[in-house]
Design a protein around this ligand. Structure first.
Ligand SMILES: N[C@@H](CCC(=O)O)C(=O)O
Length: 232
């Protein structure tokens, strides 16, 4: 299975992702410069974290106009997989591939921490290696990670079970105290209705090997790969 990792000016997690997909998963991986438009050779596209275009205007607001984004829309329409992490999630909401928006954190500070998350569904390739309601710990690092959606969009997300991860405490309780950035309904990650696009603020690639202090992110990539191989 071939992974493609989009690189914008200012991306800074592209090589971390490639280290996981080519090193740990042992899959061919290509870095895709933002001006490339032919991504047809890739099965999965990862839109990585960072500060695309310096986060000017609003995180992800400029990246959505990059030439590669049109090809990404076509990739999604074919039912192929996309995962957006942190700035990648911001870019996916800005480009309309996922609903809602990421706005300034509740306390207006950049947060860099490790936080517990509750896995809300495990019927997606991305989450099939977790238990439903499992509490995992992943790093977060963002200034604009507060997920917002209006009441109608939120209802649609909940009704369609599109919430994939929620911020919680160590016991899995979801409340205001266990919400690091003020996200509505403690939402840390969502998917589209078809389930082939996922966006999340936490960084699974930074918790994919023991040396990094945690491995809770590894099942996400391993599950995705397994799901692709089963359906190949
Ligand atoms: N651009 C993001 C965070 C960086 C990242 O993607 O890791 C923000 O400050 O909200």
């Amino acid at each position: 299975m071939k992974f493609g990792v989009v690189v914008f000016p200012g991306s800074n997690c592209d090589r971390d992702i490639a280290t996981v997909t080519s090193g740990i998963l042992q899959q061919p991986t290509r870095l895709i410069w933002h001006s490339d438009t032919d991504i047809s050779d890739c099965d999965v596209i990862v839109v990585p974290g960072g500060f695309s275009y310096g986060d000017y205007l609003r995180c992800g607001a400029i990246a959505r106009f990059a030439p590669v984004m049109q090809s990404l829309q076509e990739h999604v329409a074919k039912g192929k997989y996309v995962i957006g992490i942190c700035n990648g999630f911001q870019i996916l909401t800005e480009s309309g591939l996922l609903p809602g928006a990421l706005v300034r954190n509740r306390d207006l500070h950049f947060i860099c921490d490790r936080v517990p998350l509750r896995v809300e569904r495990n019927d997606l390739p991305f989450t099939q290696k977790y238990q439903k309601q499992q509490v995992i710990t992943l790093p977060i690092a963002h200034g604009e990670g507060c997920y917002f959606a209006d009441a109608d969009t939120l209802k649609e997300l909940e009704d369609n079970q599109q919430v994939v991860f929620r911020y919680c405490d160590a016991l899995g309780n979801v409340n205001n105290e266990s919400n690091p950035n003020g996200s509505v309904s403690n939402i840390a990650g969502i998917c589209n209705q078809q389930g082939n696009v996922i966006g999340m603020m936490p960084h699974p690639e930074r918790a994919a090997e023991g040396l990094l202090g945690g491995t809770d992110g590894k099942p996400l990539f391993a599950g995705l790969l397994e799901g692709l191989l089963v359906n190949a």
